[in-house]
Ligand binder design. Structure first.
Ligand SMILES: Nc1ncnc2c1ncn2[C@@H]1O[C@H](COP(=O)(O)OP(=O)(O)OP(=O)(O)O)[C@@H](O)[C@H]1O
Ligand SMILES: [Mg+2]
Length: 252
C-alpha cells in the first residue's frame, strides 16, 4: 500500500468438511483457525500471484525486498499442517489467508531450558570452526559462545571473505554458515563453493527461516543439518557435535 490504505487482520474458526476438502488440493477436512490479512494495496497480477510463494521471488528493487516474506509464511503454514491461500485483485488489494489446524488440547512441553537442565551437560569441543554470519551482533555472540565451549573460532562477515579463509591453509573442521546473507552469496552457495575447495568439509547451517521454505529453494547442499534461529547455546552445542561427528573425512 504505497499510498496508504486499510490493513485488516481477522481471526475466525472454520470447519472444512469432506466435500470442501475434496475440491481443494491442499486442505484436509477438519477444524481450522483462519488468520486473514487483507490490504487495499496495489494487488498482484495473476503471474505474480503464481510466483509469490517462491523463495527469493520479488518484484521489488534490490535492497527493498528479499522475496522471502510470503515463502516464509508458506513454509510456516505447511509445517503446521495447514496451508495458505492468496486472493488478489490488481489495483484493489490482496487477502492472504492462513489455515492452521485448531489444537484440541493445550500444549504442555518442556522449554529448551528445562530440557537442558534435565538432560546432560552442554557438550564441548576443540575443533576449528569458521563462522559465516553477516549480522554483527549475532556473530559476536556466536563467536563468544563457541570460544566458551572450547572451540577455535574464525569469523567471516560474508561469503567471499569466508572463501578466502577456506582457500588458505588454515585448519577448518566445520563451516557454520547463516543461510540468508547479503553480499551476493547465500550460505548454501558459500558451503557448496567451500566444498569445491575442500571436499568433505563439514557444514552446519543456521537460519531464521523455516527449513521447508529453504528446502523449496534449490539448495546446492541440502544434506546438511540446519539449526533454527533463535537457538539456545545447548542446541548449538549439540548440533555442532552431531555435525562434527557426522561425515567421515577430515578436510584439514
Ligand atoms: N500484499 C501484497 N500486495 C501486493 N503484492 C504483494 C503483496 N505481498 C506480496 N506481493 C508480491 O509478491 C512478491 C513476493 O512477496 P514476498 O513477501 O515473498 O517478498 P517481498 O515482499 O518482495 O520481500 P520481503 O517480504 O522479503 O521483504 C512481492 O515482491 C510482491 O510483488
Ligand atoms: Mg513481503
Amino acid at each position: 500500500m504505497p499510498d496508504g490504505g486499510q490493513l485488516i487482520i481477522e481471526v475466525r474458526n472454520a470447519e472444512i468438511d469432506e466435500a470442501h476438502a475434496a475440491s481443494d488440493m491442499e486442505l484436509k477436512a477438519g477444524s481450522y483457525v483462519v488468520l486473514a490479512v487483507s490490504d487495499t494495496g496495489t494487488g498482484m497480477a495473476p503471474d505474480v500471484v503464481n510466483r509469490a510463494f517462491e523463495p527469493f521471488f520479488t518484484t521489488k528493487t534490490v535492497g527493498k525486498g528479499s522475496g522471502l516474506g510470503l515463502s516464509m509464511v508458506y513454509g510456516f503454514a505447511r509445517q503446521s499442517d495447514g496451508c495458505v491461500k492468496l486472493y488478489s485483485e490488481p489495483g484493489h488489494g490482496t487477502v492472504v489467508r492462513l489455515y492452521l489446524p485448531r489444537a484440541s488440547s493445550s500444549a504442555a512441553r518442556a522449554t529448551p531450558q528445562e530440557e537442558a537442565a534435565a538432560g546432560d551437560a552442554i557438550p564441548r569441543g576443540q575443533e576449528a570452526i569458521l563462522v559465516v554470519e553477516d549480522d554483527k551482533q549475532v556473530s559476536q555472540y556466536v563467536v563468544r559462545q563457541l570460544r566458551l565451549l572450547g572451540y577455535q573460532v574464525m569469523h567471516a562477515p560474508d561469503g567471499p571473505s569466508a572463501l578466502e579463509i577456506v582457500r588458505s591453509s588454515v585448519a577448518i573442521d566445520l563451516l557454520f554458515a547463516d543461510v540468508v546473507m547479503p553480499g551476493g552469496m547465500n550460505g548454501l552457495e558459500v558451503a557448496a563453493a567451500a566444498r569445491e575447495i575442500r571436499s568433505g568439509l563439514r557444514v552446519l547451517f543456521a537460519s531464521g527461516y523455516p527449513e521447508a521454505v529453504l528446502a523449496r529453494h534449490e539448495a546446492p547442499v541440502p544434506e546438511f543439518a540446519m539449526l533454527q534461529k533463535p537457538y539456545q547455546v545447548v542446541e548449538l552445542a549439540r548440533a555442532l557435535r552431531q555435525a562434527l561427528g557426522a561425515t567421515a573425512a577430515s578436510a584439514r
